[in-house]
Design a protein around this ligand. Structure first.
Ligand code: FES
Ligand SMILES: [Fe+2]
Length: 432
């Protein structure tokens, strides 16, 4: 039996001598448990596999093995090198319209509040009180308006820009009196792009525009600044590794399975067009409507059906498809003629993530008296699609605990973005 063979259907007969099964708990050879390797050893094996995946041409591409979706050591590395160093979508500027408007978020275990200050600036602040580490917004709504942030524990109070503005019973502390001007809620980088607000925990991170300039150049007449948040689906914590969401959201191959009755008739898998991108920090695809589901034709383009009032400034080509732009690690932007959707997720553990979906309507649609009703219909449809996706992700996570030799199957050309995602992971985790 050739040692290079990687897919083994009859493990006891055909597994190569040296075949290694990497799970998060143990290593086996030929199906027999052996002593589990150390955490470092296991991580280094995973990184070797990643190096292999990232070096393959698309025609040789294969999925990552299960341990990539369960390993705690790898998860910690991802948090450090990806999630604590990347721009994470946290909401829309219209949610922070007035001074004092705030949004609470937790990113990679870091409790954050994003707030508009009295000077009009949007800032991302730590919610960790500088006294004895209480969450200064513990028990508060996830978003709202505040005059200041008063810690519920001993009532130290911070201004909207994070500076300490008051603390009771501290007059006898010489230390406090000396240092009080320096005490503040730590700040993180915050920025906006087309009305979307992003936070980065890394003070040295390159600007978001490094990636978004490339995305923007492909967006044609779509401009997020003309769109408004009209609904949010807080789908919540889901028991699946965050990379399963990336894998799932970056291919339309699964339309023929997971979404056979819903998306496949609308945007058939074979009609999704991926741009062959040079950068690995995002991918860009277009899902074209099928002739059968189209509501008509214009300039030779089949037109996508509409649930919300469409944006008025789009070409016939732009009205023939929905864009899918996946910005790594946790933001998927899906602009279509009648709605701009976003899927935003953050990991909450090696085997779980939090996800929410936003529905944006074009600003001109706000005049439609029936908009709320139409948004409700859109929401119901999106809930169905998200339900199908989440079910698939959770089902895959369940089977990942199998101890069989599972090396990852070959990828279709329709899974091109999973292949580029592996290259992104390698760049971030291996620094190569
Ligand atoms: S921990 Fe916040 S005031 Fe004491
Ligand atoms: Fe899907």
């Amino acid at each position: 039996m050739g040692a290079s063979r990687s897919i083994v259907c009859h493990p006891t007969e055909s597994q190569p001598e040296a075949a290694i099964v990497i799970t998060d708990e143990s290593v086996q050879t030929n199906g027999r448990p052996t002593e589990a390797p150390g955490r470092d050893e296991q991580l280094s094996e995973l990184l070797d596999v990643l190096r292999d995946r990232a070096s393959r041409p698309l025609e040789e591409a294969k999925a990552l093995p299960p341990a990539f979706y369960t390993s705690e050591a790898l998860y910690e590395l991802e948090i450090e090198h990806i999630w604590r160093r990347s721009w994470i979508h946290v909401g829309r500027v219209e949610e922070l319209a007035n001074p004092g408007d705030y949004i609470k978020r937790d990113i990679a275990g870091e409790p954050i509040v994003v707030a508009r200050g009295r000077d009009g600036q949007i800032r991302a602040l730590s919610r960790v009180c500088q006294h004895r580490f209480m969450d200064v917004l513990d028990g508060a709504q996830d978003k709202g308006n505040a005059e200041a942030f008063a810690c519920p524990y001993h009532k130290w109070s911070y201004a909207l820009d994070g500076t300490l503005q008051g603390a009771a019973h501290m007059s006898r502390s010489a230390l406090f009196q000396r240092d009080k001007a320096e005490i503040c809620l730590p700040r993180f980088q915050a920025t906006t792009w087309q009305g979307f607000v992003f936070v980065n925990l890394d003070p040295a991170a390159p600007p978001l525009s490094d990636v978004m300039d490339h995305v923007e150049a492909k967006m044609g007449n779509y401009n997020g600044e003309e769109w408004r948040l009209v609904d949010r689906i807080e789908w919540g914590d889901t028991p699946a590794n965050w990379k399963l969401v990336v894998d799932n959201g970056r291919e339309a191959y699964h339309h023929i399975g997971t979404h056979l009755e819903s998306l496949e008739p609308l945007w058939p898998a074979h009609m999704v067009d991926f741009e062959p991108l040079e950068t690995a920090d995002f991918f860009f695809a277009r899902m074209f409507v099928s002739p059968e589901a189209a509501i008509g034709q214009e300039d030779g383009h089949y037109l996508n059906p509409l649930l919300l009032p469409p944006a008025p400034n789009l070409t016939a080509f732009e009205r023939s498809n929905y864009i899918v732009a996946g910005i790594y690690p946790g933001f998927i932007l899906v602009p279509g003629p009648d709605a701009m959707l976003t899927i935003s997720f953050v990991p909450t553990g090696p085997r779980s993530h939090y996800v929410e979906l936003d529905i944006l309507a074009h600003e001109t649609a706000l005049a439609d008296p029936d908009l709320q009703e139409k948004v409700k219909e859109y929401r119901d449809w999106l809930m169905q699609i998200q339900g199908e996706d989440a079910e698939a992700q959770v089902a895959v996570q369940r089977t990942l605990s199998s101890r069989l030799t599972l090396d990852g199957g070959p990828l279709s050309h329709l899974e091109r973005a999973i292949w580029t995602f592996q290259r992104y992971l390698a760049k971030r985790l291996l620094g190569e």
